[in-house]
Every structure is written in structure tokens, then in C-alpha cells.
Design a protein around this ligand. Structure first.
Ligand SMILES: Nc1ncnc2c1ncn2[C@@H]1O[C@H](COP(=O)(O)OP(=O)(O)OP(=O)(O)O)[C@@H](O)[C@H]1O
Ligand SMILES: [Mg+2]
Length: 345
């Protein structure tokens, strides 16, 4: 697939010194990528630079092989969906949607059918005559998406578009956005600080931290193999234990693992709760020993907290049936199916 959006060495520093530094990334045609990271990490700064609402200090932004850095927003082949819906309250939905096309001098009959098609895509056919105030928040956000789709952008930019909606609606909107993407083949850059949203929605995730990119990868790879300690902490639930490299093996207490990353000295071991194995053997077997401190049944699985002797508390996900064999205060042995190691800085 061809590259639709290419950012090279983008730097944008505000007067305060904050911003983003040396951002490079490629988005393929038809791909949905998310910029994910904590508040203030620079997601909106990158998105606004793509849309032309911010002038970068340096770097290139190519869309369909054309450098757009010098173009104002209206001349760029992008359109942006904001967190607030930004619909004009005194205009009907039809007028809100038709506005951009009228400016482009699109013939009336074409506008009418394009608006109909866009409303169908966002599952709101027939609301042309209504006013924004007569629609719910979720419906207004759908209209905002429809308005952007009508401009037939080469890249659609979405900045936390669903964050004002309740959890259930947010979930639905994600699925709908995915369907729209499949149907239209549109290239999208989506901004969120919600890791679950990013994991469920994206072809690839760009994890950002403090104005830099930490990792770019598919959701499953980000989850299975976080490149940095930051990504390991930010994505999903994770346990962290201190360890050490000895004789080219990673060691945590009596547990040893291969040193695939060739680390040295003091390390941090990361373990997903689903990779923690618990053996009810009075805490005498091979592994780390500890005492069960808490058990919470969460539907089809349970979260078990074990206070390890000298290694802190660890959380484990266990199948619900398994938990019946365990009890509070019980001594157990813990081992890990899979670990990821990082230098302890
Ligand atoms: N106009 C501005 N002037 C000065 N500093 C700014 C400006 N806009 C953003 N910043 C700073 O730049 C950094 C990145 O901001 P940005 O809005 O890109 O973050 P973000 O990742 O979108 O955060 P959020 O998740 O809160 O929306 C932040 O530290 C922010 O305070
Ligand atoms: Mg932002």
C-alpha cells in the first residue's frame, strides 16, 4: 500500500519550550493510526500541524507525495473533527453539512445527494431539517464526522472526537468509525489518551511521551512487546519487579529468564497479569513465594493479588474455576509464563 501521509523530522516548540521534537511517521493509504499518550504529550500539536492550524518550526509534511507545510488549512487535502462538535446552532443540519460544498461551488443537486450519502454513513438518514440543539451529543458528533467526510479529504484528522460522550456511546462510535473507514477506505489519524480506545480502533498506534515518539506498532505488538518502560506502564495492566542480570541471565529471586536484549546490571522485569501463574503448594515450590492478599471475581476471570516475600505485590488474572482452589491468606508459589525486561534507569 502506498504512503498517504509522511511526516519527516517535525519539530514545533511553543514559547514556553513545550511542544514536539523530531517527529517522523508514515501513514499508509486507507490506514487508521492513533496518536496515543498522556495529556500534554503533544498529540494535538502533531495533528494541528498536519491540518495546517499550526506552523512547525521545522520538518516536512507530505500528503500524497506533496509537501503541504506552506499551505493554509483550507488548501490542504485534510479535514478535522474536533472534540467539541463546532456545528452552527442557527443552521439546519442540511445547511451545516452543505456549507463546505457550497464554498467549493459544488452544484446543488450534487450537494443534496452527497449530504444524503454522508448521513447514511453516520447512520442518521433523514435529519436534514433538524437543528443541532434537537440532536443528542452523540448525534451531533456524528454530524461533525459527516461534515468532514463530505469534504472528501485525503487524510481525516480526529482529535479526541468521542471524549465528551458516555462510555457506551463512545464504544458504539468507535465501531461506526471503523465501519465508515472500511466502507470509504479513508486514511485517518485519530488522537486519544484512552489506551483501550487506541487498542480497539487502530491499525497501528503511535505512542507519544513528552513530545517524542516512544513506539509505532500494531496494537497487538504494542501490547505484547512494549519497546520502552514508558509504553509498558502506559498500555494495559502490568506488574513490575526489580531484577538483576547474572551470568547473562535475567534473575528475579529464584526465577531466571534468557537475556534476549543483552541487558546488564540492574533491571526492571514487566509481567502481564495473565502471564502470572499461581501454584497452591503452601509456597514451597520453585519460584517466588507469597501470600494471597485479595481475590476479585471479574466475570469470567478473577484478579488475585499476591504479596510476594521481598518482591512487592503482584496481580494475576486467573480463570474463575482456578480461583475456587485458592483462598485468602494462603501461601502460594508464583512463576511467570512471559517477562519483558528493561534497564533500571
Ligand atoms: N498554544 C500553546 N502555547 C504554549 N504551549 C502550548 C500551546 N499549546 C500546547 N502547549 C503545550 O504543549 C504541550 C503539548 O500540547 P498538546 O496540546 O499537543 O498536548 P496533547 O497531547 O494534545 O494533550 P491533551 O491530551 O491534554 O489534549 C503541552 O505541554 C501544552 O501545555
Ligand atoms: Mg490534545
Amino acid at each position: 500500500m502506498s504512503v498517504q501521509l509522511s511526516i519527516r523530522n517535525l519539530t514545533k516548540r511553543y514559547k514556553t519550550g513545550e511542544g514536539v521534537t523530531d517527529i517522523s511517521l508514515d501513514v499508509k493509504k486507507g490506514e487508521l493510526v492513533t496518536l496515543l499518550g498522556p495529556s500534554g504529550c503533544g498529540k494535538t500539536t502533531v495533528l494541528r500541524s498536519i491540518g495546517g492550524f499550526l506552523e512547525p518550526d521545522s520538518g516536512e509534511i507530505m500528503i500524497a507525495s506533496r509537501n503541504v507545510v506552506k499551505l493554509p488549512p483550507e488548501k490542504r487535502p485534510t479535514s478535522m473533527v474536533f472534540q467539541g462538535y463546532n456545528l452552527w446552532p442557527h443552521m439546519s443540519i442540511y445547511e451545516n453539512l452543505a456549507f463546505g460544498l457550497k464554498i467549493r461551488k459544488t452544484p446543488k443537486s450534487e450537494i443534496k445527494s452527497a449530504v444524503e450519502e454522508a448521513l447514511r454513513l453516520v447512520r442518521l438518514p433523514g435529519v436534514e431539517k433538524k437543528f443541532p440543539s434537537q440532536l443528542s451529543g452523540g448525534q451531533q458528533q456524528r454530524i461533525a464526522v459527516a461534515r468532514s467526510l463530505l469534504l472528501k479529504p485525503e487524510v481525516l484528522l480526529l482529535d479526541e472526537p468521542f471524549s465528551a460522550l458516555d462510555a457506551k456511546l463512545r464504544h458504539e462510535m468507535r465501531e461506526e468509525l471503523r465501519e465508515i473507514q472500511t466502507e470509504t477506505g479513508l486514511t485517518m489519524v485519530f488522537v486519544t489518551h484512552d489506551q483501550e480506545e487506541a487498542l480497539s480502533l487502530s491499525d497501528r498506534i503511535i505512542v507519544m511521551n513528552q513530545g517524542n515518539i516512544e513506539q509505532i506498532a500494531a496494537p497487538q505488538d504494542i501490547y505484547d512487546s512494549p519497546d520502552t518502560l514508558f509504553v509498558a506502564q502506559f498500555i494495559g495492566k502490568m506488574n513490575f519487579l526489580k531484577g538483576v542480570v547474572e551470568e547473562d541471565k535475567l534473575r528475579v529471586g529464584s526465577l531466571v529468564f534468557p537475556n534476549t536484549k543483552r541487558l546488564e546490571g540492574s533491571i526492571v522485569i514487566a509481567v502481564r497479569p495473565e502471564d502470572v501463574m499461581i501454584v497452591a503448594d503452601s509456597g514451597e515450590g520453585d519460584g517466588l513465594h507469597g501470600t494471597i492478599k485479595q481475590m476479585m471475581v471479574l466475570g469470567h476471570y478473577a484478579e488475585v493479588s499476591v504479596e510476594l516475600d521481598g518482591h512487592g505485590t503482584i496481580r494475576a488474572f486467573q480463570p474463575r474455576d482456578r480461583v475456587k482452589e485458592l483462598s485468602m491468606g494462603q501461601r502460594v508459589t508464583v512463576a511467570f509464563a512471559k517477562v519483558i525486561a528493561y534497564p533500571n534507569k
